[in-house]
Design a binder for this molecule. Structure first.
Ligand SMILES: C[S@@+](CC[C@H](N)C(=O)[O-])C[C@H]1O[C@@H](n2cnc3c(N)ncnc32)[C@H](O)[C@@H]1O
Length: 402
């Protein structure tokens, strides 16, 4: 039986682009003759700029890098007027450092590291200051979500993917409750994935496939999963439709994509509602400065509709201090206080007085949660849609362009 190649290479003539994807680990240079042939053919046939797209390259070994570097060197010698733009990603961790040498050696080469700062909020999201927030949040949401997932179509034994999985706690809970036949969890934060894999190891869980990757360029096959989830994440990425298109691509026709997002500006706490509401509107605006939309929740229906999903279901999870353990709810807001007055205020250059007002608004929320006669809420939006059975991608594309 023929073993499938671990990588693919194709030349897209219209875009003057060579796309090399997968795992490139040749034992020696001769084993990459096909890659060299495509690159050389492309370089001979284009003028202006040749794009070499390595965004979906998952592995690259030394011999592979040397072959790419040799191609660049020979092109620079044969056709010095041809410019070559190589686009790399952080998936191959040493790639930025190795590829950086090429523009220094050859003036016709540019290297772009596309996911170094690929969404404006990346710096404040993908670091371990957010871990306490993610932990405490899942703790109180799961209680409500476990049943909702069933209503939205999750069943035992399904193939499941959790995209933008954060610290992986939701994947662990889904695995435990729904015993999926396969479960993949992807995120673009190395600290979160490190945390997730450590927790999985400590819990003796070996079958969650954690992957580092970009949700807009996943290393997952088309039409692969019965149920694809992405929680509280479209709201932090500045182009949510790009993520949603990928979620739809990896979902099986007839399968469902399940999303949750917030409406931060509607968080509420009585009797201190004025300071509480002010603080959340302010946080919403600070996040907007970083390209996030923490009021994305109610917008999901339109986006799912635009992309051609069917049977769209939308509802809210009303977390209140009457239906959730008061100490756990308070812990969530306390974790936000640390994050908002630290990481977020620093990133958005808030003056000291503003930081103190934010702190006091969030503390007032905690007061309303814990007070005997207080009433406090955190509304979340849940939406899911079914990928059309027939020609899902075509239908989706048609709907999106219409
Ligand atoms: C607010 S957290 C939510 C995490 C998790 N889903 C949860 O509910 O706890 C947002 C997550 O999205 C991830 N993320 C944002 N943009 C991403 C992208 N383009 N590709 C992969 N992960 C991304 C961040 O690293 C972060 O873990």
């Amino acid at each position: 039986m023929a073993v499938p190649s671990p990588y693919t290479i194709r030349f897209i003539e219209n875009d003057q682009e060579v796309v090399l994807a997968g795992a490139v680990r040749p034992p020696n240079a001769a084993a990459l003759a096909d890659v060299r042939a495509v690159l050389e053919g492309a370089a001979d046939s284009v003028s202006g700029i040749l794009f070499v797209n390595l965004k979906r390259l998952r592995y690259l070994n030394h011999a592979g890098f040397c072959e790419l570097a040799r191609f660049v060197r020979e092109s620079a010698r044969k056709r010095p007027e041809l410019r070559i733009k190589i686009v790399i990603s952080s998936v191959v961790p040493w790639a930025p450092q190795r590829f950086a040498i090429l523009p220094e050696l050859y003036s016709n080469v540019v290297v772009e590291h596309y996911d170094r700062a690929f969404y404006p909020g990346q710096g404040v999201i993908e670091n371990d200051a957010l871990i306490p927030v993610l932990r405490t949040q899942t703790n109180i949401i799961w209680h409500h979500e476990r049943e909702l997932l069933v209503e939205h179509g999750l069943k035992e034994g399904m193939k499941v993917a959790d995209i933008c999985c954060g610290i992986g706690d939701f994947a662990v809970l889904m695995r435990k409750e729904f015993k999926p036949s396969r479960i993949v969890a992807v995120d673009h934060s190395r600290p979160f994935l490190q945390y997730a894999t450590q927790v999985a190891r400590e819990f003796g869980i070996g079958d969650i496939e954690y992957q580092f990757g970009d949700a807009t360029n996943l290393f997952l096959e088309d039409d692969e999963f019965d149920f694809v989830t992405s929680r509280l994440s479209l709201q932090v990425f500045d182009q949510p439709e790009k993520i949603l298109r990928e979620l739809m691509r990896i979902c099986k026709p007839g399968g469902r994509v399940y999303l949750t997002n917030e409406m931060m500006s509607h968080n509420y706490g009585y009797p201190r509602h004025e300071t509480v509401s002010w603080a959340y509107r302010q946080i919403n605006d600070m996040c907007a400065e970083l390209g996030m939309d923490l009021s994305f929740g109610p917008k999901m229906f339109s986006l799912l509709t635009d992309l051609g999903f069917e049977d769209i279901k939308v509802e809210t999870i009303d977390i209140t201090n009457r239906n959730t353990a008061v100490e756990d709810f308070a812990r969530v807001i306390e974790s936000w206080e640390g994050y908002v007055t630290g990481e977020l205020s620093t990133a958005t250059h808030q003056p000291k007085e503003m930081v103190e007002r934010l702190r006091s608004g969030l503390r007032d929320h905690v007061y309303t949660i814990t007070s005997r006669r207080g009433f406090a809420t955190w509304p979340l939006y849940v939406a899911s849609g079914r990928k059309p059975r027939a020609s899902g991608r075509g239908a989706a594309r048609k709907a999106a362009s219409g």
